[in-house]
Design a protein around this ligand. Sequence first.
Ligand SMILES: [Cu+2]
Length: 452
Amino acid sequence: MTRKYFNRKLSRRDFLKLAGGGLAAAVGASMMPGTFNKLLSPTSIVRAAPGDPPNLYLAGTDAWISVPGSIPTYHPDGLAEPPFTTYMFGFRDVTGMNKNQRENQKGKAQYPSPLFWIDQFNELGNPNEFRLQLTNLGLALRPDLIDEHTVHFHGLRNIIPFFDGEPNSSLAVPIAGEFTYAWRVREPGTYMYHCHVEDVEHVHLGMTGMVFVRPLQDGTNIGGFTKFAYNCGDGSTGFDREFSMLLTEIWASAHWAFAHVQLPNWDEYKADFYLLNGRVYPDTLAPNGSIEFGNPVHDNKGDLIPTPGYERLQYQPISSLVRCNQGERVLLRFANLGFTKQNMTLSGIKMKIVGKDATLLRGRYGEDLSFDTHGIYIGVGESYDAIFTAPAFDGSVPANVFTDASGDYNKYLLYNRNYSHFNAVTGSGFGGQMTEVRVYASGIPAQTLPNT
Ligand SMILES: [Cu+2]
């Protein structure tokens, strides 16, 4: 019995049950007694010592971002300094910054919140807790609001209230406060996180992001892959490249109201923009800014450095452009933290839905419940894991061959099937959830970070 297999098939609770009875028979000869003692002992868990740096340090504050289009009175907001248009709340990655740099980030959150990823926790395979430290810088534009912030890890099972971020049953971080969340995440998959304080407001205003939990079988060669969405055991969730696809919305008059010390009437909610990773098409195709969490690329004041030519997107650093070589397997990790159900469609390439809400689509007895589709409905608060295999590059039809700095490619559109939710270039101000999948014959280097 290999360790990986062992981890997958028996939960810690199974062990505790077994500890009273047929333990030796269940564990088998390859499991050393000393290892088992270590498993049951809480000392095997790696806890932080006082003063140890966190894995990720986030600061909650407000921000200005840039969304194209025009809506009379509300968009662009008259208070916005060009090229920015829209008032937001949000988080910034301040890991490794000194106090001055950190405090300089008041009013400079990013949207969406930083993407991060965690290795699956397991007493034997990975006994390290993930620690996220949160501070609250206050709001630069609205010093009259003294809102607290939290991080709620949406979908995380068996979380104790202390680390859940739901402020009524737990605690929240006031301005200038500090709190460190410690998580032991035992189920791999695609998750979201968001502030849970006055959550309609703080979620809609931008305190939302995505987090991936990497399975224990990562790094093992199964079926020619070493990166996986789940502990599938057979390579069926293996991938070469992965991309976050976070769906959110902006109701422009609500954002305007917050900037102008008004209160929106939430029961009149009607989104104006539908965003992919915090941008609307065609901004979704623009390059990434700083994307590696825990290592934010910043100037000596701590501010995000914009990509030359894309200064508008300084605080929207996550690209949705999918580039891959023919034959590669690509994992699209969809999550919806807007207030509207969406349908995302990939025309011309079938996607295999292998996971939902951080759960491998397998039955109780291991039946394969994955399915093929061109489009997937994604409800609010839901996540889906979709894998596609890039078709062969076809250079025979000139109208289907495009060229960029990486060479010739075939283009496939990934878009919201509700057409008013993908188009932001007609002047109506609506839309945004569209991007391109570009398939090249070769030459796209191996992926080192998601969304690159
Ligand atoms: Cu908040």
